[in-house]
Design a protein around this ligand. Sequence first.
Ligand code: SF4
Length: 79
Amino acid sequence: MSVRLRVNPILCDGHGLCAELFPERIALDDWGYPIIDHSPIGSKEESHARRAVDACPTLALALIPANAPRPSARAEGGE
Ligand code: SF4
């Protein structure tokens, strides 16, 4: 099953740790909040993504099925 990243902007404190661990898919805005690449993550990158998810201190970052509906780009912290 293909997965993608999702960030909960209410839980996110803008530590930026996720972007350090997975810079291929996560950038930071001017305030240190993540800008997520929502495209599906391949199996080669999935372990990096899981490491970033596991390291998030507020549990704001998650891996979800790639085909899960997106409420809106703003609600997911990106684009
Ligand atoms: S590690 Fe978690 S709390 Fe920190 S910026 Fe990333 S998603 Fe937000």
